[in-house]
Design a protein around this ligand. Structure first.
Ligand SMILES: NC(=O)c1ccc[n+]([C@@H]2O[C@H](COP(=O)([O-])OP(=O)(O)OC[C@H]3O[C@@H](n4cnc5c(N)ncnc54)[C@H](O)[C@@H]3O)[C@@H](O)[C@H]2O)c1
Ligand SMILES: [Zn+2]
Length: 382
């Protein structure tokens, strides 16, 4: 194992737990290989006598649903399963209706528990359903994609997309427990692994240069699995838990988690969320490189540091520029209108996450729309 400035890798050879400290809504994130088989026992401890409904997508259920059902069965937790098709398109009102109806049909009550087994799509959709069925029932996240383990399952944001935009309808609904079994990631596609990895890099770039450097040295081990992967998930969850503790409802500092997301969301919107062209984490990878280059252009960050971000993301096989996205090239007006929709524009200025260098991101509330347009025009021209 290479140098480990971001904490001890050895200490995560067994399961570890990270606490999200939110007073009476605090909860643990349990991280480690093989934890799926322990979910039944954990739920029986946390919700004595409760029944459960698993909400999952067809792909994840086929691969991992039975291990979870067996675990619940061993602990005497009566359980049902409700499935949705895989993919972003399931985050809509029709699928919310299907999940809510499926849960109500089981006859479960408020004190019973909904388990979201899947990636961020299932977590967001099922978490929203758990928050509104019977005005809120028990909720446990069992994230199965890397993105969900390091980002979406932690922090309580749940919801669906509207035809008018992404994540526009939803609730803050913190889970009571998150169980991240790092070995279920063995069945995830390389492309989805890379997409989740972009969000891990994000935590280094926001505020942990030591972690970014650890990732530069250890990325192969993170992709291979075992203790380095669990370590990367743990550091990411600790980083997210700290931000969520400080600013649960995103009044201020939580916005730092949007590093790379303004450009990334504009790219996703411009390809009409076509996953064949771009998935979320890929948009974030390109967006983080752009955020560093844009910061350099505004005089905040060196070109060398911006280049280091691009080099690392490219080394793991992530796209780093708009021209890496297959299909037709982008239109400036489409990108600008997506940015205007994503972020509040006040008197010609945007709130943007910029950086003073690796690990030194900050919230800039006065970025001129004209500067963003000029930067994007130059990107499209090159
Ligand atoms: N709530 C939040 O704070 C938050 C944060 C970031 C992202 N998100 C949301 O998360 C969603 C993206 O999440 P995602 O990338 O996990 O997408 P996803 O849930 O669509 O999962 C990606 C694909 O991987 C498959 N998959 C998941 N786990 C697998 C496994 N172990 N083995 C094989 N295949 C597996 C899924 O079936 C799906 O096809 C977006 O909707 C985004 O808005 C939410
Ligand atoms: Zn993201």
């Amino acid at each position: 194992m290479a140098d480990d400035p971001a904490g001890s890798v050895e200490s995560v050879s067994g399961p570890v737990s990270v606490t999200v400290d939110l007073a009476e809504r605090s909860y643990d994130i349990c991280i480690g290989d093989g934890l799926l088989a322990s979910v039944g026992e954990r739920i029986a401890d946390l919700f004595p006598g409760a029944r459960a409904v698993i909400v999952s997508d067809e792909t994840v259920n086929g691969l991992h649903g039975q291990v979870l059902r067996d675990s619940l069965g061993r602990s005497g937790v009566i359980n049902h399963t409700v499935l949705v098709p895989p993919g972003e398109r399931s985050k809509n009102f029709a699928m919310l209706d299907r999940v809510v109806d499926g849960v109500l049909a089981t006859g479960l009550e408020r004190q019973d528990v909904l388990i979201a087994l899947g990636g961020g799509v299932v977590g967001d959709l099922a978490g929203f359903a758990a928050g509104i069925v019977r005005r809120g029932m028990g909720f446990v996240q069992v994230p199965t994609s890397l993105l969900a383990q390091v980002d979406s399952s932690v922090g309580g944001k749940t919801g669906i997309n509207s035809p008018r935009g992404k994540n526009l309808v939803g609730l803050f609904n913190q889970p009571s427990l998150v169980v991240a079994d790092t070995s279920v990631l063995d069945t995830l596609s390389t492309r989805e692994m890379r997409a989740g990895y972009a969000e891990i890099v994000k935590y280094g770039l926001i505020g942990r240069l030591d972690f970014f450097e650890w990732l530069q040295a250890n990325h192969r081990a993170v992709f291979a699995g075992g203790s380095a992967r669990a370590h990367a998930v743990r550091v990411s969850c600790e980083a997210k838990a700290a931000v969520v503790k400080a600013d649960e409802l995103e009044g201020g500092q939580r916005a730092l988690l949007n590093l790379g997301h303004t450009f990334g969301h504009a790219l996703e919107a411009s390809v009409a969320y076509d996953a064949k062209r771009l998935v979320h984490g890929e948009g974030v990878a390109i967006g983080m490189v752009m955020a560093h280059e844009f910061s350099h252009r505004l005089g905040h960050c060196s070109q060398e540091e911006a280049s280091r971000v691009a080099e690392h993301l490219s080394e793991v096989g992530l796209p780093t520029k708009m021209s890496d996205i297959p299909g037709p090239s982008f239109e400036i007006d489409t990108l600008m209108s997506a940015i205007a929709q994503d972020k509040k524009v006040e008197r010609g200025a945007l709130t943007f996450i910029l950086t003073k260098g690796l690990g030194r991101s900050f919230i800039a509330k006065d970025v001129a729309v004209d500067d963003v347009r000029a930067y994007l025009e130059d990107c499209l021209a090159s």
